[in-house]
Design a binder for this molecule. Structure first.
Ligand code: 5GP
Length: 118
């Protein structure tokens, strides 16, 4: 169980932007851009690495929900980035799979910042 399960359960408040029976999207507590939304499955899937073939539909649906949210947020026309961090080197800090929808400003590429190696 992670902090995201508590957010899904409503035990920890969040600023929700989308919810259905399978997916929840809410604003990141520490946004890195004007728009920074986390999109997660309600099912506890730890990471992309541990996702199974039966998760293909929900992972695909999350991407389409991300596009829908981006249009509603008004960032689709200018563009945005959808990011999934996996594992330590990927920068994953919460072990519940999540996509970051980031936009509202020009984003650098490649995204590497040589932050301290953990
Ligand atoms: P990761 O580094 O695992 O890819 O992303 C985890 C994200 O979750 C981070 O961007 C972090 O700011 C966000 N986060 C962590 N705890 C909370 C929380 O309690 N509420 C919200 N809204 N975001 C959180």
């Amino acid at each position: 169980m992670t902090i995201f399960s508590k957010i899904i359960a409503g035990e920890i408040p969040s600023n929700k932007v989308y919810e259905d029976d399978q997916i929840l999207a809410f604003r990141d507590i520490a946004p890195v851009a004007e728009t920074h939304i986390l999109i997660i499955p309600k099912e506890e899937i730890a990471s992309l690495d541990t996702a199974k073939p039966e998760h293909a539909a929900i992972l695909g649906k999350i991407q389409l929900v991300a596009a829908e949210i981006a249009r509603k947020e008004g960032i689709a026309e200018d563009g945005y980035r959808l990011v999934l961090n996996n594992g330590k080197n990927g920068g994953q800090t919460v072990d519940h799979i999540h996509y970051h929808l980031i936009g509202g400003r020009m984003l650098g590429w490649p995204p590497f910042t040589d932050i301290a190696k953990k």
